[in-house]
Write a protein that binds this ligand. Structure first.
Ligand code: DQA
Length: 147
């Protein structure tokens, strides 16, 4: 089974971007973490990073009937990307929202997630460990924790 990992705007700059907030690991490092944890549960990770909301919407459409679950760190689109909300609402599998930082403890505009209503749950505030925790959550949601 395939887990679609989606990375939104500016996450391609991880490692260089505000390391005091987001750490020094690169997105490739995080994808490797997620891929290794997924493999422990017999899952494969397919990753897409885009700075364009429409690319992410189309990836969610293409996941319908094909991917077992979606893990999404939508970057700032988390807070206003209603087309991502709607695309995820049309997706049948479990969705885990992921953040490196803890948006609820930051600026007020980050406190609202338009993705939360269409996610099973959120992993936030644990830095790069979140990629492992999110894949673990997916495995539980898919009933694969014994694999
Ligand atoms: C983020 C949190 C968002 O508020 C921010 O816009 C990001 C990254 C995180 O992983 O902590 O780009 O999603």
């Amino acid at each position: 089974p395939i887990v679609l990992l989606l990375s939104g705007p500016n996450l391609d700059l991880l490692g260089e971007r505000q390391p005091e907030v987001y750490g020094t690991a690169t997105l490739a490092d995080h994808v490797a973490t997620a891929t290794a944890e997924a493999a422990r549960h017999g899952l494969a990770v397919e990753h897409l990073q885009s700075n364009h909301e429409g690319d992410l919407v189309e990836a969610i459409h293409a996941a319908r009937g094909r991917c077992a679950a979606i893990v999404v760190n939508a970057g700032a689109l988390t807070h206003y990307g209603w087309s991502l909300h709607d695309a995820l609402a049309a997706y049948e599998g479990p969705v885990v929202e992921l953040h490196l930082s803890h948006p609820g403890g930051r600026e007020p505009w980050r406190h609202t997630s338009v993705l939360a209503p269409v996610a099973s749950g959120t992993v936030a505030g644990f830095g790069g460990d979140g990629y492992r925790l999110a894949l673990d959550a997916v495995a539980h949601l898919l009933g694969r924790e014994e694999t």
